[in-house]
Ligand binder design. Structure first.
Ligand code: DQA
Length: 146
């Protein structure tokens, strides 16, 4: 089985984007760490970032056909807006973990509602890039090797 890592809008700017909130690690570094971590567990991962909702919806729809056994997703701003992404994840019924770099519950009220959390396997927020590694560990614990 394989795992899919999805990053939503503006996460391509990580490293320079509001570093006081999101840190100075860029997206390539995050993806490289995840790829290495998955590799040592003998699991193949694919990472995709998009600023476009439809690209993420289409990637999720394709996931069962690519035999994806789990998804890690930071929906970024779509967390708080996207019924379409939620519905796509519900439709494919692949277990997913929701990750946020920042603790969204300690921020503005509009960030405190997520369209994903109630159907996620779990939610990790507030640990920066480490959150992705924790999510990957959790998925790997439940993933069959290649
Ligand atoms: C975020 C939190 C969201 O509220 C925000 O829109 C993001 C990033 C996070 O990782 O902390 O873009 O998902």
């Amino acid at each position: 089985s394989r795992l899919l890592v999805l990053h939503g809008p503006n996460l391509n700017l990580l490293g320079t984007r509001e570093p006081a909130i999101y840190g100075d690690t860029d997206l390539n570094q995050i993806n490289q760490r995840l790829t290495r971590q998955a590799g040592s567990a003998g699991v193949d991962i694919e990472c995709l970032q998009s600023n476009a909702e439809h690209v993420l919806v289409e990637r999720i729809q394709q996931a069962p056909h690519d035999r994806m056994g789990g998804i890690i997703i930071n929906p970024a701003a779509f967390t708080h807006t996207s019924v379409a992404l939620r519905d796509a994840l519900a439709a494919v019924a692949i277990p997913f973990i929701e990750v946020h770099l920042s603790n969204i519950h300690a921020r503005e009220p509009f960030r405190q509602h997520s369209y994903f959390s109630d159907i996620a396997r779990g939610v990790i927020a507030g640990f920066g890039p480490l959150g992705y590694e924790l999510a990957l560990s959790a998925l790997l614990a439940n993933t069959e090797r290649n």
